[in-house]
Design a protein around this ligand. Structure first.
Ligand code: SMN
Ligand code: MG
Length: 364
């Protein structure tokens, strides 16, 4: 039996934190003034600790997600610390409950932490363990504000930080409001900067078809989630009618959702969310689907892990820079010349600044 096989899962510790970012994140689906995250520490029998974090999107689900990670983690205790073995075992034991939603997120957290532990044990960055190398990855700045003047100012900040592409959230009001924000950002960044927009599923298909006739004249790089993410047919109608590329994927719960969307030709780009897809294991399966479909794959949030994973994604394109856990890290992800610089330390670069974690725990 190899040393890696002798190593087992000793315990999983989950800590729920409600972070207060320096500015809220505004979307057509609402304003997020806090960032609910679950820190996952997975200890193995040889003392190596794999780490990751999850997001529950709303404080209402934070305690439940943290508890699920801890309880599902108990089911993994004693199993070989091998992601594939643990995933197979846990999915089998949770089959009657179902493994989407919060359960899927908890399973993804355990998978991410196991892969981190594996890379730490072998002393290599995750990208290296997966057969690549931690190379710089082009990144776009995901703007948090939607109001025209504020978004324009934030976009200028992004350019000063070296980004060459920005994403603007739209869809909270009518087309005129969308255009006012798009044109304010365009004036701020000029014609050489790429502008993506994100509707966060806020439009009906007819409304999306109507707006896109005008948006096609705005020189946008992509239009993200114009309508419900669980309507591949509706998105396919929009993608067929639009001249601008359509982006989908952050809400694919696993690779079955992704396969259904790809077979419906629902989008021109794919967004990969490492938590929703089922962790590193799910991402690698999704990356293979994207290659088979010859569709560009960009990341959603989870910037540190995504920077490692995009380095080994055949059709990998953009990293979405939307930082959530950076204030808790000893080494936040660095951006240079518009590129994310994946950690070259063993694992995925997620080491907590425990003093800041404690402060975050007490400051609520
Ligand atoms: C988004 C989703 C959830 C929270 C913040 C932002 C947005 C994105 O859809 O693509 O970042
Ligand atoms: Mg989005």
């Amino acid at each position: 039996m190899s040393p890696a096989e002798r190593v087992t899962v000793r315990r999983v510790v989950a800590r729920g934190l409600l972070l207060e970012p320096d500015r809220p994140t505004e979307t057509a689906a609402g304003v997020m003034t806090t960032t609910p995250v679950v820190l996952v520490d997975l200890e193995t029998s040889d003392g190596v600790v794999g780490r990751c974090y999850l997001r529950s999107y709303t404080p209402a689900a934070l305690a439940a997600l943290a508890r699920l990670v801890a309880d599902v983690g108990e089911l993994a205790e004693g199993l070989p610390a091998a992601p594939g073995v643990v995933e197979t075992s846990l999915r089998a034991r949770l089959r009657l409950l179902g493994t989407s939603g919060l359960v899927g997120m908890a399973l993804a957290g355990i998978d991410m932490a196991l892969w981190d532990a594996l890379a730490r044990r072998l002393g290599v960055p995750l990208a290296t363990l997966l057969g690549g190398e931690p190379r710089p990855v082009p990144a776009y700045a995901s703007l948090r504000t939607m109001e025209p003047a504020a978004a324009a100012a934030e976009a200028e900040e992004a350019l000063r930080a070296g980004f060459t592409a920005v994403k603007l959230k739209v869809g909270r009001a009518g087309l005129d409001a969308d255009l006012a924000a798009i044109r304010a950002v365009r004036r701020a960044v000029g014609d050489s900067t790429r502008i993506m927009v994100d509707y966060n599923q806020s439009l009906s298909v007819p409304e999306a078809l109507d707006r896109i006739r005008v948006l096609d004249g705005e020189g946008l790089y992509w239009i993200e989630e114009p309508t419900r993410a669980d309507d591949p047919g509706g998105n396919a109608r929009i993608a067929a009618a639009a001249r601008t590329a359509i982006q989908l994927g952050e809400n694919w719960s696993g690779t079955r959702d992704m396969a259904a969307s790809l077979s419906a030709n629902a989008s021109d780009h794919a967004t990969l969310d490492v938590m929703r897809l089922g962790g590193v294991s799910g991402w690698m399966r999704a990356a293979a689907l994207a290659e088979a479909a010859a569709i560009p794959a960009s990341s959603h949030a989870f910037i540190e892990l995504s920077a490692q994973l995009l380095a080994v994604t055949p059709t990998g394109l953009w990293l979405e820079y939307l930082d959530h856990a950076g204030p808790l890290l000893l080494e936040p992800l660095r951006i240079r010349d518009g590129h994310a610089q994946p950690s070259r330390a063993p694992g995925a670069g997620l080491d907590w600044d425990e003093a800041r974690v404690r402060h975050a725990q007490t400051s609520r």
